[in-house]
Design a protein around this ligand. Sequence first.
Ligand code: UD1
Length: 418
Amino acid sequence: MILVEGGQPLTGTVEASGAKNAALPAIIAALLTDRPVLIRRTPQLVDVETAVALVQSLGKKVERTGDTVAISERTCLSPAPPREIVSRMRASFLALGPLLARLGEASVPLPGGCAIGARPVDLHLKGLAALGAEVEIGEGMVHARARELRGTTVQLDFPSVGATEQLLLAGALAHGETVVMNPAREPEVQDLGRLLSAMGAPVRWAADRVSVFGQQRLDGAAHTVIPDRIETGTYLIVGAITRGTVRVVRTDPSLQTALSSALTAAGAAVKEGTDWIEVSSPGGMQAVDVKTAPHPGFPTDLQPPWVALMSTASGKSLVTETVFEARFHHVPELARLGARLRVEGRTIVVEGPAGLRGAPVRASDIRAGAALLAASLAAQGCTELAGEELLQRGYDTFVDKLAALGARIWQREENSND
Ligand code: UD1
């Protein structure tokens, strides 16, 4: 349980951690080689521990020193990760492509739906089949087999982050060139491309495509993951919603353009330098409509915290979710804190400003948790936030980082008296 006593402007500086969504595929990419892979700036997150457990379960040795994870080969690789690990985190499904490419076969449990939508993997599987894999689904498992993967051109119906990463990973050990048309261009996908290039499989981006030149064997590499733009954006929203001034350092402001334009339009002052960005919002804020979209559009992962911010802004705002069909579970929980909002189709209609008040609430997914945390920091009185293990999946040491900005926030073990 997280306890927050809100209503204070947060002020100060916070350091960004490495990006969760870049660290996870980077750790999984180590399955492509028997050489050592070093991943620097990995955040301390439950999801990173899950990715580490996944590659360990498949035969890798992992040593962590500070924020560096060193991955080497311990035994021969297994083609079948345990269901128990894969079910903890959807990104584990990315192991399918590397295992298939390296071993010629892989059996990975299907990731189920989750609180934000059905999240199918049809684009991953169609793409791997186009590279020559025989793919069968049975008893909740995907079995894939291929004597050799052969590079080809794959057209994605939607620029899926996971499917683009899956195809780059598999294509890195395929014969010839794999081209993904309409790829996801999220910075984390580009970061994976840099790692694969460093491992010896050059990844090239063009206006409408990304390609990887497959190799027979890949080398080891040392890679530093990019700063977490979703964590950075969440702290900027926390600064704005508490009408404070928050500077995020060791980050990349060029990855925040959609959020910083929305914050500026809402009346906040946004300043940036080469590796920092600061929001300052002393006065009231105005309603601004946003629509989520693949990068460089407004990130779906910042939609829930943005809705929290809009509940404190003057006027009616429309927040439209175009990436996930069911990312609305934060709406009734924000209403418990006093927000006035409703879902109409794929749009959240927010009527502001609402006077937020503390209440018991529960996070349903990582970013819904971030929205509730942001709202609780702006709310008068005490909020009890349950489901904090979800926040620990995505936000490195968030209690300490928020406390350093002046938040009154505590973590309480269930059933403890302290
Ligand atoms: C990744 C991110 C997640 C982010 C999302 C969108 C990681 C670990 N997670 O998730 O934080 O919210 O990108 O930016 O990087 N889809 C299909 N078929 C497929 C694959 C996807 O229909 O085979 C649909 C999904 O259901 C969803 C949409 O495409 O509606 C976007 O999904 P995708 O981009 O694949 O997101 P993830 O990789 O799961």
